[in-house]
Ligand binder design. Structure first.
Ligand SMILES: [Zn+2]
Length: 343
């Protein structure tokens, strides 16, 4: 049981949290070298891997963190198995991207979470509905905006700050640890943002255009002055019609871009056809929710995902990536992470 007495505007407010599986642990009680679940720590559940990585960086070794959506699956249509209900029922905090990305998981979370457990949708708290983006694969007629906010590192930093605040609220004794991890993560994001801007500035202006298969880069593009000339994947995740393919081929030829980009998660023969008929390079390795490498590798992180995309996009469009050399994609904290990424 954790009892806190936060002072709000001079009024003493009594809040009693009855959290059966969590009692406050002080830093010296925590075995940072252990990878077993520690019953004295907060149980946090997340969905897609970039979100898991952001939460992992802030919570460090002071949270038990479980990611749910396996890498390499279509996160937009993912249905969690019934076994996930038990993980949800043990959670002290549940963190989603939101903006309709993980609807089946959200329903399961609302049905199975403890009444005291907060469910946070980071995207919904980061931008207002006036800032929602509707586009190729996320048309306004469907009502579901493009959810990939994290491809803009500055929005990812806002995600991290929301996570920091929630962890501090739930575990105020360890506030200094969470704040310190956030501060290092903020420096890494600012460094990343500077390096990406530098790299993109080396792309000839006429080539600063993206045609991707999966429609995950509008927030990235608007941050770095790139233009999205199209996304190929229709909103129902099928393949585009022959007429749409012909239109895209015309568009690629007209814009004169040297390369178009596919996705690790969605291999598409249609993209190959568009590239061949418009005589441009096709690179099918962009990532939006599939982290590079394997769990435990330094590049298996949100920062590694962004680095990987830049090192693919920039040279293919005629730019240089010298600015990315030496960028640190590893976790910001010391000790062995307790985060479980699903296989
Ligand atoms: Zn996606």
């Amino acid at each position: 049981m954790l009892i806190t007495y936060p002072k709000l505007s001079g009024i003493l407010v009594f809040t009693v949290y009855l959290l059966s599986s969590f009692s406050c642990a002080s830093p010296d009680q925590i075995d940072t070298e252990s990878d077993v679940t520690n019953p004295d720590l907060l149980n946090v559940v997340t969905t897609v891997s970039p979100i898991t990585s952001i939460v992992e960086n802030i919570g460090g070794t002071y949270i038990n963190l479980v990611g749910i959506v396996p890498e390499g699956v279509n996160s937009h249509t993912y249905e969690p198995p019934p076994s996930v209900a038990k993980i949800i029922s043990n959670a002290n905090l549940i963190i989603l991207n939101g903006l309709f990305l993980e609807e089946p998981f959200l329903i399961m979370a609302e049905e199975n979470a403890k009444p005291t457990t907060k469910i946070i949708q980071l995207g919904n708290e980061t931008i207002s509905s006036e800032e929602w983006v509707f586009d190729f694969s996320f048309p306004e007629s469907d009502g579901h905006p493009n959810p990939h906010l994290w491809t803009d590192p500055i929005l990812a930093l806002k995600y991290a700050d929301i996570v920091r605040k929630e962890l501090v609220k739930l575990d105020p004794e360890n506030a200094e640890y969470f704040n310190s991890n956030f501060s290092i993560f903020q420096q890494r994001i600012e460094d990343l943002d500077y390096r990406i801007s530098n790299s993109i500035s080396t792309i000839p202006p006429k080539n600063r255009k993206l045609l991707t298969y999966h429609d995950s880069f509008p927030f990235f593009a608007s941050r770095y002055g790139m233009q999205i000339i199209g996304a190929v994947q229709p909103s129902n995740f099928s393949e585009p019609s022959a007429r749409e393919v012909a239109r895209l081929i015309d568009q690629v030829i007209e814009t004169g871009v040297p390369a178009i980009f596919g996705s690790e998660v969605f291999p598409s023969p249609v993209m190959k056809q568009i590239a061949k008929e418009s005589n441009v390079e096709f690179i099918d390795q962009l990532r939006d929710d599939d982290l590079p490498g394997s769990s435990g590798d330094p590049q298996h992180s949100y920062l590694g995902l962004m680095e990987s995309n830049i090192t693919i996009i920039v040279p293919a469009l005629g730019g240089r990536i010298d600015s990315m050399v030496g960028f640190d994609t590893s976790l910001v904290f010391e000790g062995k992470s307790r985060t479980k990424y699903p296989e």
